[in-house]
Design a protein around this ligand. Structure first.
Ligand SMILES: [Zn+2]
Length: 212
């Protein structure tokens, strides 16, 4: 049986294969399992927090940079957010988990500056039109709760090739992961275990530090 993989969540996991976000704005210690570390656009770090993030990247359990990104609705002004994001992309080689809210043009600009990096846009939602050029450039997407209820998100999910997909619970209850997988299987018209196998394979290919 293939495992469930939760590519982005907050708070400790329960024995799943997963990437827990290092929530430096409230936690002093690194997560116990695999994790990601980066500057969240909502929470500009203190000097100490930024030092902790950079140090975390070298930890064998740190599989990704992030979540980091751009958010039009919350956080410092856009040019400050862009500066922070570029700083991280320049100093960390790991695949990146991106938080993106209403910043399609700005994100495209940043993406073009780092085309060879492995990109995963997390919490993906919204219309296919918004994302298709990212998809054609090989960017990966991770879907969560929006997949359960939002029709345009479901349509976008259907259009993205399986090799570019991940699933996550983000801030929601970890137990919802199975429903999200079930929904993913229904939309792709695949057996649940096939979806699990394919996402597991994407995980191993993208997050290379896993298993090393
Ligand atoms: Zn998150």
């Amino acid at each position: 049986m293939n495992p469930f993989v939760n590519v982005h969540h907050h708070g400790p996991s329960v024995g799943l294969i997963s990437i827990q976000n290092f929530d430096y704005w409230e936690d002093l210690e690194l997560p116990k399992g695999f994790f990601s570390a980066g500057i969240h656009p909502w929470f500009p770090p203190t000097e100490e927090q930024w030092a902790a993030i950079q140090k975390a990247w070298d930890d064998p359990r740190c599989l990704a940079l992030g979540e980091c990104g751009l958010d039009r609705l919350r956080g410092p002004n856009m040019s400050e957010q862009q500066k922070e994001l570029l700083k991280q992309l320049e100093s960390c080689e790991l695949p990146v988990l991106i938080h993106a809210v209403k910043v399609d043009a700005e994100l495209w600009e940043v993406f073009q500056a780092f085309p060879s990096k492995k990109w995963v846009i997390h919490g993906a939602m919204g219309k296919w039109e918004r994302w298709k050029k990212f998809v054609s450039e090989g960017v990966c997407f991770s879907f969560g709760m929006a997949l359960l209820s939002d029709a345009s998100t479901q349509e976008t999910f259907r259009n993205i090739p399986m090799e570019q997909l991940f699933l996550e619970t983000d801030a929601a209850d970890l137990n919802l992961l199975e429903s999200i997988y079930r929904q993913a299987a229904a939309i792709k018209q695949k057996e649940m275990d096939v979806v699990k196998q394919e996402i597991w394979s994407n995980f191993a290919t993208t997050f290379e530090k896993y298993g090393t």
